[in-house]
Design a protein around this ligand. Sequence first.
Ligand SMILES: [Zn+2]
Length: 237
Amino acid sequence: MTLRNTITTHLHDLALLAFPNNCLVCHQSLVAGERDICFTCIDALPETGYHTLADNPVAQHFWGRIPLVHAAAYLYVQEGNITQDMIHLLKYKRKKQIGVKLGRLYGHKLREEGSLIRDIDLIVPVPLHVNRQRQRGYNQCDYFAQGLSEVMNIPYEPNVMKRLKENVSQTKRTRYDRWENVEGIFALAQPEKVKGKHILLVDDVITTGATIESCAAALMTGENVRLSVATIATAGR
Ligand SMILES: [Zn+2]
């Protein structure tokens, strides 16, 4: 690479930092009215529509395990699809704005008529363990929560829950396990903030559901707490 090319490349990088006028996902130039993610990418998002379906697969996942008001995931994720790309950028490439944007987009959906995720008082992200958060520098779920919060006009509170252990044990969990937080993965750090409230617990991807289930169980030790769950993505399509 010539010096001139090197300088040009560096100037381009600096320009991207100063004027982030390209789509964070496909890198095409953004046009008027577009911000962070272009309309083409937004149109390509594989939405589940689960927020309007009472018996959707994410909600069904928790039946008999934990009493939720409703549960939904915004998008389908699968190997190589746009959702997987976005979650990778959000989690590992510091593209926090993708989390905020997805939260805003989903927030608009949740405000529509027919949404079963409604009457929420407080949004709570599933926390990372303190070591993981220090390593990554941020919790990706906080940004999704922030975007939802802005559009839904509902506060979000990142410090309500505390993660005591890094991983949730997958062993010997059955549908018949009680929902008490026997594993002690999560603890309710600020019980006064959830008392009597309908909480929306948010996470990035629901896979086995064990993490959300553990966190939900700990949250429900709060007094008179009702709980709904929303994730960015779930496997499928
Ligand atoms: Zn794009």
